[in-house]
Design a binder for this molecule. Structure first.
Ligand code: 5GP
Ligand code: ZN
Length: 114
């Protein structure tokens, strides 16, 4: 837990969010500034600051995050038409919150890139 981290505080419930999924390792909630009709953030409970900090010991957790994203995409009715999963890393990647997360975007055509 990183004290000043927004997503750590969302994980603990200290900061409120529109939570759509929770298990022992992962939570998912609606992005506060949605860029598409469906815009969820899939977040590990454990603080990992960015995709650049992921190592091989995190392989199970990373697979779990992707499986949850896929389950949520099906649940949100995105599986047939498609969706986008995005993980931004560092300043050039446009990362704003330094707690690892995947964006799940869908519900409209997203073009080549967001
Ligand atoms: P990044 O740019 O780091 O990949 O994405 C961070 C995302 O977190 C942004 O899309 C932003 O709208 C979202 N976000 C930032 N603060 C909050 C918050 O307090 N609550 C929620 N639900 N989303 C947030
Ligand atoms: Zn954190």
């Amino acid at each position: 837990m990183a004290e000043n981290c927004i997503f750590c505080n969302i994980v603990t419930g200290e900061i409120s969010s529109d939570m759509v999924y929770q298990d022992e390792e992962v939570v998912a909630f609606a992005d506060i500034h949605p860029l598409a009709p469906v815009h969820l953030l899939i977040v590990p409970r454990r603080h990992i600051s960015s995709p650049a900090e992921v190592d091989k010991e995190d392989a199970h957790l990373m697979g779990h995050l992707l499986a949850v994203a896929s389950e949520l995409a099906r649940q949100q009715g995105l599986a047939a038409d498609g969706f986008r999963l995005v993980a931004n890393s560092g300043p050039n990647g446009g990362q704003e919150v330094y707690h690892l997360h995947f964006h799940l975007l869908g519900g409209r055509s997203l073009g080549r890139f967001v």
